[in-house]
Design a protein around this ligand. Structure first.
Ligand SMILES: [Zn+2]
Length: 267
């Protein structure tokens, strides 16, 4: 081997070594999996104006003429009910619909911001930029690529409509009676301007609070193609940092939202 070859092999070896990942990939067979989705059934909470809710119709259930068991159902659901995804196009013309959201934006490290104490005293509580800044004082800056999960504590009331929504009335006249916490528009602006998050979710029916009539936080986030996860379950079971979220909606082409199966993984 001449000197040139020795040098070339050396460069190759150094390059290969420096390209090796410093972190080994997570072992998904260990750790704990948490279901962040509620089942869809007759109790599933939909917006008061959606009076049909979730419908499951039996196509067939029983033994066929050929003596084998068979069951099949058809379902009907609005996009925005139960645990679901809001695609950016829901409130931002021209932005991503469900199938256009990159998968990597639906999978990421979770940042859990617990505002349940304040929200328990105020049904109209608005999560503020100061709540995020206080979180950062304790835990460090929200890392780029995080998925923010707002824990308001209202998930504990699911599926009690009165407790969860503030009203058990249905129809358009019930909408002004909605009282549940949400994200302040000022905080949505702060997140989009100051941090690089992939998505945001919470344990209430809407990223804007119940009393919102202009849905400003939806509009601010969605202009940046940041989707929202609504009616998330089990946020009380997650650590403040260190867990991962995988939130995969039904892949509705052109959809403004979709039923969502979301899980968290705690290493
Ligand atoms: Zn929605």
């Amino acid at each position: 081997m001449d000197n040139l070859r020795i040098k070339l092999y050396g460069i190759l070896l150094v390059t290969a070594f420096s390209c090796r990942p410093t972190e080994s990939p997570p072992d998904l067979t260990t750790g704990t999996w948490i279901d962040l989705s509620y089942p869809f059934n007759s109790e599933t909470i939909y917006w008061p104006t959606d009076t049909l809710g979730f419908q499951l119709d039996t196509v067939f259930h029983g033994f066929t003429d050929n003596q084998y068991f068979y069951s099949a159902y058809s379902f009907r659901s609005a996009e925005h009910g139960g645990t679901h995804l809001d695609a950016p196009v829901h409130f931002a013309d021209g932005q991503q619909s469900v199938e256009a959201i990159p998968l990597q934006n639906l999978i990421g490290r979770a940042v859990v911001v617990d505002v349940s104490q304040a929200a328990s005293k105020d049904r109209d509580y608005l999560v503020s930029a100061e709540d995020f800044q206080q979180w950062e004082e304790k835990n460090g800056a929200i890392p780029n690529g995080s998925i923010i999960l707002l824990r308001t504590g209202y998930g504990a009331s699911w599926p009690d409509r009165q407790q969860y929504l503030g009203t058990d009335q249905m129809g358009a006249q019930a909408v002004p009676q909605l009282h549940f916490p949400g994200l302040a528009p000022q905080a949505a602006t702060w997140l989009t301007n100051e941090r690089q998050i992939k998505a945001i979710g919470l344990d209430t029916p809407s990223i804007d609070y119940g009393q919102s009539s202009h849905f400003e936080s939806h509009r601010i986030l969605f202009e940046y193609n940041i989707p929202a996860f609504e009616n998330l379950a089990n946020l009380d079971k997650l650590p403040v940092t260190g867990s991962w979220v995988i939130a995969l909606p039904m892949n509705i082409a052109g959809g403004s939202g979709a039923p969502l199966r979301a899980v968290a993984w705690i290493p």
